[in-house]
Design a protein around this ligand. Structure first.
Ligand code: SER
Length: 321
């Protein structure tokens, strides 16, 4: 990776992936692109930025040529709950951006990273220790349908055209820089903000619902580690299960209580999100990622909670939230 383009730079992952990659590869070698320049002021001040609608193939292609890009990070997506409000829009954006990335990668000999998700699994997938290669035919969301399609398309472009496509199935990602929007796992971010702001949280996912989760620093390391991995060691490509921790709302609340003893949580379950959460794995088996490229997460629920509460409290004290 020498000249990198990140699409969707203003999103939850992109806003942290851009500075992470700039610190490793140099500010001028990492181009941030997003449909909204407004959302990306900080990124645009620190290095190259392009306002781009990823569905505009001509403009997209011109940027890849302008900077001589060799690696594309396609981080454009509507998340699971938002997707259910407008499935056509979700398909058009999620698959449209990916197809443009693959077409342009083929024409310009670029590697492509595209995130997949726990959402690539559905009701007939084994819930516990979800295998790397397993049933993905009972998806209940358009988001998940797009993720499975994306995995297949990315593998196809690798086999058919030799494009270096790689991907991970991210768990719910927890971070304090940019809020996720419209995801089923968002409660695990919101709980920390409400704990600091109000000492209380209303959870829209029911107790006893387990999902894989991951702290953003581990997610960023995963992306770099996978993209730098020796291709001859990769038996899989699109997409690797990666796991760090699995918990239900009661467990994250109990962890918050260790720092804020008066913290109170009640439930008001969102039926759409709950049905989605029920269809996803409780915990994935990430043995292939560990064996093929050395995946090894650093954060668990305890260490993540300490860091999240510390960082969110600092934002609160500074009047930023
Ligand atoms: N965090 C995503 C969502 O909840 C899943 O990948 O939609």
């Amino acid at each position: 990776m020498k000249k990198i383009l990140i699409l969707g730079a203003g999103g939850q992952i992109g806003s942290e992936l851009v500075p992470h990659l700039r610190a490793i590869y140099g500010n001028n070698n990492v181009v941030a692109a997003d449909i909204s320049a407004e959302k990306c002021k900080v990124l645009a001040e620190a290095g190259p930025f392009e306002e781009l609608n990823a569905l505009d193939g001509e403009a997209y292609s011109a940027i890849v040529k302008k900077y001589n890009i060799d690696t594309i990070f396609n981080m454009v997506a509507l998340l699971s709950a938002t997707g259910e409000k407008n499935p056509k829009l979700a398909w058009d954006i999620n698959i449209g951006a990916l197809l443009n990335s693959l077409y342009i990668a083929k024409d310009n000999n670029c590697a492509v990273f595209t995130p997949s998700s726990i959402g690539a699994f559905g009701n007939d997938t084994p819930k516990n220790n979800t295998p790397q290669d397993t049933l993905q035919r009972s998806n209940t969301t358009i988001y998940g349908v797009c993720k499975v399609t994306g995995e297949l398309l990315s593998d196809y472009y690798h086999h058919r055209f030799g494009i270096d496509t790689r991907s991970v199935r991210f768990p719910g990602l927890i971070s304090y820089v940019t809020m996720p929007g419209g995801g089923t796992t968002d409660y695990a971010v919101e709980i920390y903000y409400d704990a600091i702001r109000k000492g209380a949280f209303t959870c829209n996912i029911d107790k006893g619902t387990y999902m894989d989760m991951m702290y953003m620093p581990d997610a960023l390391n995963a992306v770099v580690q996978l993209m730098e991995a020796d291709p001859s060691k990769l038996k899989h490509r699109n997409s690797f299960n990666i796991a760090a921790m699995s918990f239900d709302p009661e467990q994250i609340a109990a962890e918050v209580c260790k720092h804020i003893p008066d913290f109170k949580m009640e439930y008001s379950v969102d039926k759409v999100k709950q049905a989605i959460a029920n269809s996803w794995p409780n915990n994935m088996d990430d043995t292939c990622a560990r064996e093929e490229w050395g995946w090894n997460p650093q954060y668990n629920l305890k260490s993540m909670t300490e860091d999240m509460l510390d960082k969110v409290k600092k934002q609160f004290d500074a009047g930023l939230i």
